[in-house]
Design a protein around this ligand. Sequence first.
Ligand SMILES: [Zn+2]
Length: 394
Amino acid sequence: MTAPSATASATSHLPRTLGDFQGAEPGALVLVMGGIHGNEPAGIAALERVFTVLERERPVFRGRLVGISGNLRALKTKERFLDVDLNRAWMPERMAELDTLEDGRAETREQKEILFLLRELLHDAKQGAFFVDLHTSSADGEPFACIGDTIRNRRFARAFPVPIILGLEEQIDGALLEFLNQHGLVTLGFEGGQHDSEEAIDHHEAAIWRALIGAGCLREKSLPEVARAKALLKESRHNLPHWLGIRYRHAIVAEHGFQMRPGYRNFRPLKSGEVVADDRNGEIAANYRSRILLPLYQGLGDDGFFLALDIHPIWLAVSRWMRRMNLVRFAHWLPGVNKVPGDPNALRVNRKVARWGTVELFHLLGLRKRRIYDQHMIVRRRRFDLEGPDRFEL
Ligand SMILES: [Zn+2]
């Protein structure tokens, strides 16, 4: 007989709320979710560790930390999801009808339960709210964080000494993080490492401690765990850049028989034209020098891999300045760019006329790509880029 591992015991009978630690002083609400994908239990185990330390040490704490289990039904069977991916179900059209939706799917019930809890928690959050989503991946690799590119998210992300990826949410529809970001929470997704590795739990634990620093709940010297977390994550980064931007997502269809070539791991540099995978239609190559992210080696999912480019910090400063100056109001002067009647936050871009590099310029200005049609695309200004809302309404 083998002893159950930390992760196995952590997910046998899980409550929706894994812990709720309220500090004596007022401060931000920090929500951390583990296991939105049922085959990724490391975040749950990490949350349990953090609550154990907080309850034992009772440090000076501003605000409140709540740990939330993601896809409970899928966690039980250790599958990514049962009927649909719970992290692709938060698009605005669906959210508008979720309260009355009865489709019998496991994830619809999960989603309703989570939304109910989030509404309740956010109802009395008066000093800002943060949401951290903990993930692991099929391939081995260094931990990293993903954020939607708002100035507020970037500020929070600085507390995490790992590579920070901008723009993943632009490639994926219906992620919980993006839904909450659009409602004014500061959000960050954290990839801890390979699904069942002990290391992933350590990285997730460290990420939770750093989130409490970024949100102002704890100070660097509050607990030895906080300093250890910083050192652990810093060390894990090796020589990787601190900031990267996603430029490409390789979407896959199950019937195409997508096969990653062996040996790729997160952040591995690619040469232009390098063949990284194959499918029924032949070889799949990277079109430019970049780094590979989230190569799919097993299990379910519709993302084959992503390509990312390094971002020099100077561009972060430039775009912060551009956004503070609200330069986006002049964007419709660019060739091929027009206002959308009746929608002051959107621009319509003629893809034939707009020059190469326009997307980069849009990112600097704080616009994100929303919809692509044949001839044109719609880009949209982010809500809550520089400032949050007065109160949260989900
Ligand atoms: Zn995941």
